[in-house]
Design a protein around this ligand. Structure first.
Ligand code: GDP
Length: 457
């Protein structure tokens, strides 16, 4: 064991000098990791599409598929088998780490993709936020069936809300599956009509035109998901990529390995040996076994005893990794979900007051000064109040429309000051986007999401 520690120390020195080189050495040959959140109106066909995608990529056990096929046939609802596959696969993959979003792995030519999906169809938004908060890119699924796209888009549906939400949480690249095109005989006219409407809206929501790709497909028949189309009606007019290729072409996020180390804790549990474990994501920087780090906001010191990713042990983990860290030299009761582990030489900030740029969704009562909310920041949940309405912003341009508004209604955009019931560890979005995103909820309903723009001490 002593030897191990010495080796690690040598490693650590090297890493302080050049974390990029260390990353290149350890992971240079690996595919880029991409986290993709799936969004869209209920019944747009998200589960079916994801289930089918995973099946077609061979991610699902053949025996299980056969079983579901038989059962769903009996029920006369064969399409359900893909959604079931998703649940089963999710449970299997979720073992070990507690999360409120389903995770499924698959690969493209150049990427390792983790699909983030919120279980529970009707109550999508709250769960989706924890997914969107971790996502690099988004997959928006819309139902092309006549009348259905309109329901999801115009008539109080979730299409707009989800797209705005992921954008306000920092997701900038989007693949849009124009799904169930089998129900309109692969009509180019219908496809174009939906694309036109979405293009205008997504531009307003802050997506750049080049960062959004539209794909005609059917999750149910598997058309244009992982292979080029075979339907003649579609082949006649579609010359673009299939969904898998579109996902492959996303720009991989740059792993911020050269930034100071930050790790957000989303679970704390007793390990098998001595000490205890925390699970979460390395947001920025590099962490080595043997490193001395701080637990914020309490600033307690601790030492990294061991590291693991998906049950395999590591000597070093990097920005972007979901990891389990065994800590020593600290009591378990002094560490909680929502705490941030960080570099003692370059720690995160601590404050109970900050300014944020937010997008407000559905509020029944307009937001006024002193409005009580529940702040969600990574896995942290803390009561807070909106202590100042600084300005209302123009939604499409982001320019100040009105200074010191007296109230903020639904679907508005604003800069506000938020006061939390106690100090928390945080960063401004432009320094660390991972720790600069927030959402606000009232009585379990998400009313706003946004970015921390200034920390007030
Ligand atoms: P979710 O709520 O977005 O996850 O939607 P589901 O995957 O549960 O699908 C909703 C309904 O649409 C189910 O009855 C599916 O069988 C049906 N469906 C899903 N995808 C397609 C498709 O590509 N074509 C057709 N015709 N029906 C589909």
């Amino acid at each position: 064991p002593l030897n191990d520690v010495d080796e690690t120390k040598a490693n650590r020195k090297e890493s302080k000098v050049n974390p990029e080189a260390q990353y290149e050495k350890e992971r240079g040959d690996c595919k880029d990791q991409l986290y993709m959140v799936v969004i869209g109106h209920v019944d747009a066909g998200k589960s079916t599409l994801m289930g089918r995608l995973l099946c077609d990529l061979g991610q699902v056990n053949k025996k299980i598929m056969h079983k579901y096929e038989q059962e769903s046939k009996k029920l006369g609802k064969q399409s359900f088998m893909y959604a079931w596959v998703l649940d089963e696969t999710g449970e299997e993959r979720n073992r070990g780490i507690t999360m409120d979003v389903g995770r499924y792995q698959f690969e493209t030519k150049t990427k390792n993709v983790t699909l983030l999906d919120a279980p529970g169809h009707k109550d999508f938004i709250p769960n989706m936020i924890s997914g969107a908060g971790q996502a690099d890119v988004g997959l928006l699924v819309v139902d092309a069936t006549r009348g259905e796209f309109e329901t999801g888009f115009d008539l109080g549906g979730q299409t707009r809300e989800h797209a705005l939400l992921v954008r306000s949480l920092g997701v900038s690249q989007l693949a849009v599956a124009i799904n169930k095109l089998d129900t309109v005989s692969w009509s180019k006219q219908r496809f174009d009509e939906i694309v036109q409407k979405l293009k205008t809206f997504l531009k307003q929501a802050g997506f750049k035109e080049n960062d959004v790709t539209f794909v005609p497909c059917s999750g149910l028949t598997g058309q244009n998901l992982v292979k080029a189309p075979t339907e003649n009606e579609l082949l006649e007019w579609y010359k673009g990529h299939c969904l898998l290729e579109v996902i492959d072409k996303f720009r991989a996020p740059i792993r911020p390995v050269v930034k100071p180390f930050r790790f957000s804790i989303n679970d704390v549990f007793k390990g098998t040996g001595s000490g205890f474990c925390v699970a979460g994501r390395v947001e920025t920087g590099v962490l080595n076994v043997g490193d001395k780090i701080l637990v914020y906001p309490n600033k307690d010191q601790t030492v990294v005893k061991s590291l693991a990713i998906e049950e395999s042990s590591r000597v070093v983990v990097f920005a972007g990794d979901q990891a389990i860290v065994t800590l020593s030299g600290i009591e378990m009761q002094n560490v909680s979900i929502g705490n941030i582990l960080c570099d003692p030489l370059n720690p995160v900030q601590v404050s109970n007051k900050f300014e944020a740029r937010i997008v407000i969704f559905n509020v029944t009562v307009p937001i006024t000064k002193g409005y009580s909310v529940v702040l969600h920041h990574q896995s942290l949940v803390e009561p807070a109040v909106i202590s100042k309405l600084t300005s209302q912003l123009n939604k499409s341009t982001g320019e100040v429309q009105k200074k010191h508004p007296r109230f903020l209604g639904k679907n508005s955009s604003a800069i506000v000051e938020i006061t939390v019931s106690k100090p928390i560890a945080l960063e401004v979005y432009c320094e660390c986007k991972e720790l600069g995103r927030i959402t606000l909820r009232v009585a379990g309903v998400t009313i706003a999401a946004g970015l921390i723009t200034r920390i007030i001490n």
